[in-house]
Design a protein around this ligand. Structure first.
Ligand SMILES: [Zn+2]
Length: 112
């Protein structure tokens, strides 16, 4: 058993576990209930939920999967935050919009 990472938010740890489950990597969360029991106290990283691979040989692959996942979600977040200015009315639109929210004209030339 080898620890991948620990995080105060057990929802994030659980999400990462399900991603690794989908890749067929066996994992276990340690401290999950320990931390819940200590919620009223000052959070101590020692007690944060920790995601572990059960088989040490899965460790490099698990890290790679998590790294790719984080890079992908960061790239998606960047796309959404980027604003596109409408060429016909000048309003700013979120980068993932294809049509202007204000005047409904086409925002970006379709990539072909
Ligand atoms: Zn517009």
């Amino acid at each position: 058993m080898k620890e991948l990472f620990r995080e105060a938010d057990s929802a994030i740890v659980g999400h990462m576990k399900s991603i690794l489950d989908n890749e067929g990597i066996a994992t276990v969360i340690r401290n999950e209930h320990l931390y819940m029991a200590a919620l009223s106290e000052v959070p101590i990283p020692e007690f944060f939920p920790a995601l572990n691979v059960i088989h040490d040989e899965d460790y490099p692959r698990a890290l790679q999967v998590l790294k790719e996942y984080l890079e992908k979600s960061r790239a998606n977040a960047g796309k959404v935050n980027e604003e596109v200015i409408c060429p016909s009315c000048g309003e700013a639109n979120p980068g993932n919009f294809e049509v202007c929210w204000s005047c409904e004209s086409q925002l970006a030339p379709t990539e072909e």
